[in-house]
Design a protein around this ligand. Structure first.
Ligand code: AZC
Length: 805
């Protein structure tokens, strides 16, 4: 890449500032300073971007299209600077100019175009594809409002709109000329053509223009620039007159107005279905247009294009491609089906039944009638073929249409060539239980791809002190090859490295403590253990188990302020889906408990609770480097993988965990001494559930420790909670504790006591922390992407690049 020196940067920056704002640069606001920096950088990378796009066409390299309804990119500025290798130049330049680099960084909005793990994974993957030379194109929706902004009022979660586009976004490029029309509703029928072929005819359709906005995805110091394409719904220009009423205009705009704020429950809502088809159709049309430019026969489509479906949300891509191949390109069903099957692959991210998407057939029929016809045909052919081979029972059980509903996972599985889970245990559960019928029919279709995270964002940028220590200790190769972090292992007895590692942690904890003091008015001691649980609020993730533990400690300390317990700061970050009443009650409970505990002089500051408002990628970047303990305590068998577990580990936090999701792999990597495991295993949970022998009330009645904790929910110990305490109590005792908190509590408590004892020994704790950091490189999303590339997409980059990894 062409080098950029500090002096030139300063000149360019000053000049650009004056051109844009007609004032001197130091008179501008930080927002203006950020905007100009964005423009300067754009001038720097667009050459590569143009070159890359041209190369794609010239070389006809196979393209991967990653369809996701969610991307959670976080702020882009630092990633661009790092990956373009101009981080130091720009930082020094701006500082020389008397500007505040950190403030400028913070002026960028953090686009919350995702709910949680799935969206963040998509963004890590975008970064990794570019960095490993995989030609990957993200396809998503440019929601005008991202995930709601969370506020706590009187301890309750309130949702406010998140207008992330209120300021111009310097990275995106509107590509109006690449817009396509997406057709909804109306009537469709098949009409015989002169040549005897049947072609669909449409009337009274509702047409929407899908306008792409492209954002570059820059590889790490390698000159690669990929593309993230987000579509926005607009009124077609030449159809302006057709949309006369304001309701109709609103109907168009609403399609990409807001991200659906849920990560688990998909009750049938028309708007969400519209969004799914909008993305699928716009994306597929764009791909088809690209392929047609290559002037190759259709049979070669799968050689040039791989389409990945991130969870079932974009599954309508499949019938949409079929529609185009059949209706517009005149292929036969068999030809179209063959092409389509070789092209699509699908990742499953959950086994929670309530999160498995189902759409009533009538909704699909009225919203996208031609697509409904194609799904019927896929269904009919599946049943016919599979009945012949496997008998009708299996054929019907795996069919995409059941009980007048379209089961999106079934549609995705039967129409793809690859189905993967996101951690070893998750894939095993899919194969053995959730999707076992499919496994019988398609034994080779399933594979595992354990999730990963990008160390560029989560270590290099979020944790500069640690990165510098790594450079100094093991050299810089880890920045390209995160696996090389394993070299740190040999410093396990090096007092100086251990001391420095402690200093790094302390620095990060002080930074977070400052934020907490300034923003939340809570004083926390950076020498206390920072015990962190950051993830969406969901019953299966069991934030409530941690709440029980905190109440337990609090009551012990109140009885005996001298009790031998470690001083801890409990950090929570979590949003609850607005309609998820129980999760919102738990939020209120945590806030009420925080009020009580943080202000009770009797316990001597031995416990503080910090529940950060509006948890986001940016907050994660602040919290994770400061964490000592990572809480990964979901009921075994429920968390598909988890990714905060990997980020926290990479930043030297020790994990307390059930053997769930990727925790299993973390545990195997670090060994039993460097992780705190507890609780039932997934198969034990299964046996207990199947036996119907679980009796939570019985545990409550016989177990004084648990009884005392639970009573505090209903006896006024925690002021401020009213019905919440009673409802939560009932969920555990009366409604038999669906997620087995009471069953796992003692084992959890003992593990927490072991954590306390271990934390008291600074040296051995730091050694464990060092092991965790050293082993975390294996969870680099770069490796995960290379496995997708070679096993699923068949686009393994040149051997030269592979050897690097
Ligand atoms: C999440 C899973 O719950 C989590 O375990 C996994 O690590 C992550 O996907 C990435 O694979 N699922 C979601 O976030 N799901 C949705 C619909 O948001």
């Amino acid at each position: 890449m062409k080098p950029m020196d500090v002096e030139t940067f300063k000149e360019v920056y000053k000049k650009r500032f004056e051109d844009v704002y007609a004032i001197q640069y130091h008179m501008g606001s930080t927002l203006e300073q950020f905007q100009v920096l964005g423009q300067v950088l754009r001038g720097y990378y667009t050459d590569y971007w143009i070159e890359n796009n041209q190369e794609k066409i010239d070389n006809q390299d196979k393209q991967v299209y990653y369809f996701s309804m969610e991307f959670l990119p976080g702020r882009q500025l630092k990633t661009y600077l790092l990956n373009l290798d101009v981080y130091d130049t720009v930082k020094t330049g701006l500082t020389d100019l008397g500007l505040d680099f950190d403030k400028i960084v913070e002026a960028e909005v953090d686009p919350a175009l995702g709910n949680g793990g799935l969206g963040r994974l998509a963004s890590c993957f975008m970064d990794s594809m570019a960095s490993t030379h995989v030609y990957g194109n993200g396809c998503g929706i440019r929601y005008q409002y991202g995930l709601f902004k969370q506020k706590f009022i009187d301890g309750y979660q309130i949702e406010l709109p998140e207008n992330w586009l209120r300021n111009p976004n310097p990275w995106e490029v509107r590509k109006e000329s690449k817009s396509v029309i997406v057709r909804f509703g109306g009537n469709v029928w098949l009409e015989e053509q002169k040549d005897g072929k049947l072609k669909p005819k449409y009337e009274h359709t509702f047409d929407v223009l899908a306008v792409p906005y492209d954002t570059p995805q820059i590889g790490y110091r390698n000159g690669v620039v990929n593309n993230l394409r987000l579509f926005s719904a607009e009124i077609p220009y030449d159809e302006e007159s057709k949309y006369i009423t304001s309701e109709q205009r609103q109907e168009v705009n609403s399609i990409t107005e807001v991200l659906y704020p849920d990560d688990s429950n998909y009750e049938g809502r028309l708007l969400r279905l519209k969004q799914e088809y909008f993305l699928s159709s716009a994306g597929i049309q764009t791909i088809v247009r690209y392929f047609k430019n290559l002037k190759l026969p259709w049979t070669r489509f799968p050689e040039k294009v791989a389409i990945h479906i991130n969870d079932t949300h974009p599954t309508l891509c499949i019938p949409e491609l079929m529609r185009i191949l059949l209706d517009e390109e005149d292929l036969t069903w068999e030809q179209a089906w063959n092409i389509s099957k070789k092209t699509f692959s699908y990742t499953n991210h959950t086994i929670l039944q309530e999160a498995m998407e189902r759409w009533p057939v009538y909704m699909i029929e009225s919203l996208i009638p031609r697509i409904a016809q194609i799904i019927y045909e896929i269904n009919a052919r599946h049943i016919r073929n599979k009945t012949e081979l496997y008998g009708s029972e299996l054929a019907y059980k795996t069919a995409p249409i059941q009980d007048d509903q379209v089961l999106m996972a079934n549609l995705a599985i039967i129409s793809s060539h690859s189905v993967n889970g996101v951690a070893k245990l998750h894939t095993e559960i899919l194969e053995r239980y959730t999707l076992s019928d499919f496994k019988t029919i398609y034994p080779f279709r399933f594979n595992n791809k354990t999730n990963g995270v990008t160390h560029r964002r989560w270590v290099q940028l979020a944790n500069e002190p640690l990165s510098q220590l790594l450079d100094k200790t093991i050299g810089e190769e880890w920045r390209f090859q995160p696996k090389e972090m394993r070299l740190l292992r040999s410093y396990i007895d090096d007092e100086s490295v251990l001391d420095q590692l402690q200093q790094v942690k302390l620095t990060n904890k002080k930074r977070f403590a400052k934020f907490v003091s300034e923003q939340m008015n809570i004083e926390i001691d950076p020498h206390a253990m920072f015990d962190v649980q950051i993830k969406r609020l969901h019953a299966y993730k069991r934030q409530l188990l941690q709440v029980m533990h905190i109440i337990d400690r609090y009551l012990q300390l109140r009885d005996n302020p001298e009790a031998k317990l470690a001083k801890r700061v409990f950090v929570f970050g979590a949003k609850a889906a607005p309609s998820y009443y129980y999760a919102k009650q738990i939020i209120k409970l945590i806030n009420a408990l925080a009020d009580l505990v943080n202000n009770d002089p009797r316990i001597n500051d031995m416990i503080k609770i910090v529940f950060v408002e509006n948890y986001s990628v940016s907050l994660a970047e602040l919290i994770i480097p400061a964490a000592d303990l990572s809480e990964q305590i979901s009921l075994a068998g429920k968390e598909a993988s988890g990714t905060s577990n990997m980020k926290l580990m990479a930043n030297g936090a020790l994990t307390i965990a059930t053997l769930d999701g990727a925790n299993v792999e973390i545990s195997n990597l670090v060994g039993p001494d460097d992780i705190f495991l507890f609780g039932m295993k997934a198969d034990e949970v299964q046996v207990l559930r199947d036996s119907h022998a679980y009796n939570a009330r019985d545990i409550y009645e016989r177990d004084p420790q648990i009884q005392r904790i639970l009573n505090s929910l209903i006896d006024g110990t925690i002021p401020g909670i009213k019905s919440e305490g009673i409802d939560i109590f009932n969920s555990l005792v009366t409604d038999n504790d669906e997620y087995f908190l009471l069953k796992d509590y003692h084992s959890f408590y003992q593990a927490q006591m072991k954590v306390d004892i271990n934390y008291a020994n600074k040296k051995s704790w730091t050694q464990k922390s060092l092991i965790n950091i050293a082993q975390s490189g294996k969870f680099s999303a770069d490796y995960t992407i290379l496995r997708y590339a070679s096993d699923i997409w068949n686009v393994a980059p040149e051997t030269e690049v592979l050897q690097q990894f």
